[in-house]
Design a protein around this ligand. Structure first.
Ligand SMILES: NC(=O)C1=CN([C@@H]2O[C@H](COP(=O)(O)OP(=O)(O)OC[C@H]3O[C@@H](n4cnc5c(N)ncnc54)[C@H](O)[C@@H]3O)[C@@H](O)[C@H]2O)[C@@H](O)CC1
Ligand SMILES: [K+]
Length: 487
């Protein structure tokens, strides 16, 4: 059992609407208590973030609306001027209907004019499970809202994929209940959520029984990094190999430097005669040879390979099939992805693929669902871990485990940054981490190095800067892991 499976629903696990329904079914006798707590917590957060002002709570017919009625009651109890605008009344006898009955304050029409009169609107129309386009009148209403706080998600956000069912409200603050949802971390929803704060509503532990987390926010508690030991030598730390192209040597240089700075014990670079002469001068810390891939893979220590950075179609063709035949652990990027143009089966056996969206589409075809689902599907079909890069990098494993990374910075958008990431993944795979955990850890460390470099350099960095911060970034992850163990 992997570390993440044992963790069940730790705080970085993300809840899908389907899992929320399962929990609710489990906790049917406590739902009223949970709704009361949810409403009270949202009201408290509003009190923390805003001064007393005219509040309008927009309530839908379901439990999201139910939470809204409770929020209204608490704010009014603290002396705030509050009205409720029901979009549709809750069904008679439902939990939300009971919450609505307890609201004795003003009820106004669900109209743009009312939204404009308010100073703050609470969006309690729909929760994260909405599966149809937002009704026109809801869109129109929220176009006139001054400041908005959303319960669960801004209405119209798909809680799993982060897709928006039309023009969703722009919230300043979104209050997640129990755990965040995948959609909170994925674009375009993230941009509509504002600050996302997760609150504890007193959900008992037993509600999680039988549930197995499948989505996580990418944090260091998800992937234990190997420690350093007194007895370590370079081979226990791990060997990373790459094939260095003769035409674009910079990419292989970034990948090998980054593997070394992340902790690989040894990096071996194989190349042609012409390439090897060049790599010997620019990579003094690496073993450079002119071995054919066929000869290289005979060395059982050279199991982990980066293939693709800086390679032409012909070079990939001459290396990758041999590596896959020998069942090496291949991290495929750049040229290797271009080589598979429209034919993902050519990459069968690759451990990790690291496409950005353009490369992903080139290999797998247009994304017809969401980026999240497309990455999951591609991972399932190919058996490879898919690292779909972006501001919200998705790391999907063939068994369905999916991490979403927000630990990054726009400063990473610089040439060579992807080569650095493939080197980090390789170093962590070579140290013995399983492919998905290594990929998650690498994406986090890459983001942390970017943040540290950007801070040190005043915001604008190049790939070389990133590499010099990798050791510190790995150390930051280790420190954070120690803290979470001690908690
Ligand atoms: N276990 C938890 O995490 C808890 C969740 N709670 C709340 O429960 C919410 C989820 O409640 P629900 O599952 O009732 O979902 P919603 O509150 O989103 O309700 C959806 C309702 O709206 C109706 N609807 C959607 N589109 C419509 C349309 N175009 N025309 C007419 N009706 C339409 C649906 O048929 C459904 O009845 C969460 O968002 C959260 O606010 C809280 O009450 C506390 C406990
Ligand atoms: K909402």
């Amino acid at each position: 059992m992997s570390h993440s499976e044992r963790m069940s629903f730790e705080t970085n696990a993300l809840l899908t609407p389907h899992e929320t329904l399962q929990m609710d079914a489990h906790m049917s006798s406590s739902l009223e208590f949970l709704m009361e707590n949810a409403g009270a917590m949202v009201a408290r957060l509003i009190r923390q973030h805003f001064k007393s002002c005219r509040v309008l709570v927009a309530c839908g017919p379901g439990n999201n609306g139910g939470d809204g009625y409770v929020v209204a009651r608490y704010l009014q109890g603290w002396g705030w001027p509050v009205s409720v605008a029901p979009w549709k009344k809750p069904q008679h006898g439902s939990l939300a209907a009971r919450a609505a009955q307890e609201w004795t304050g003003p009820i106004v029409a669900f109209e743009a004019a009312e939204a404009m009169r308010a100073e703050l609107v609470v969006d309690a129309v729909f929760g994260a499970g909405l599966s149809r386009p937002l009704p026109e009148d809801v869109v129109h209403f929220f176009q006139h809202v001054p400041r908005c706080v959303a319960i669960d998600v801004p209405s119209g956000v798909d809680g799993v994929t982060g897709a928006c069912w039309g023009e969703v409200p722009q919230a300043l603050l979104t209050v997640a209940l129990v755990r965040k949802r995948p959609g909170h971390l994925l674009e375009p929803a993230t941009g509509r959520c504002g600050q996302v704060v997760c609150v504890d509503i007193g959900m008992p532990e037993e509600a999680f029984s039988g549930l197995k987390a499948r989505y996580w926010e990418n944090t260091p508690s998800l992937w234990p990094l190997p420690l350093q030991y007194e007895q370590d030598h370079k081979y226990t730390r791990g060997v990373v190999s790459l094939y260095g192209g003769a035409h674009m040597p910079g990419a292989a240089r970034f990948a090998s430097d980054s593997a070394r700075h992340t902790g690989a014990g040894l990096v071996c670079v194989s190349s042609s005669e012409e390439g090897a002469a060049l790599y010997r001068t620019v990579l003094p810390g690496c073993v450079v040879d002119q071995k054919t891939p066929y000869d290289s893979v005979k060395d059982q220590r050279r199991r982990v390979w980066v293939c693709g950075p800086g390679l032409t179609f012909k070079e990939v063709e001459s290396v990758l099939p041999t590596l896959l035949e020998a069942q090496c652990h291949v991290i495929a990027d750049a040229g290797a992805l271009a080589w598979a143009d429209g034919l993902p089966e050519k990459l069968r056996g690759v451990k990790v693929m690291t496409p950005h969206l353009g490369e992903f589409v080139r290999v797998f075809g247009p994304v017809r669902t969401s980026r999240l689902e497309a990455a999951q599907q591609a991972s399932k079909e190919t058996g490879s871990v898919i690292v779909l890069k972006g501001a919200d990098t998705v790391i999907a494993a063939p068994d369905g485990r999916t991490a979403i990374n927000r630990h990054a910075t726009p400063a990473l958008a610089t040439a060579g940054s992807g080569d650095v990431l493939s080197g980090i993944i390789a170093a962590l795979c070579a140290s013995g981490m399983p492919a998905w955990e290594a990929s998650c850890a690498a994406v986090w460390i890459h983001g942390e190095a970017g943040r540290q470099a950007a801070q040190a350099k005043g915001g604008w960095i190049v790939a070389e800067d990133l590499i010099t911060f990798l050791g510190k970034a790995r150390h930051a992850a280790e420190k954070s892991q120690k803290l979470s163990i001690n908690r």
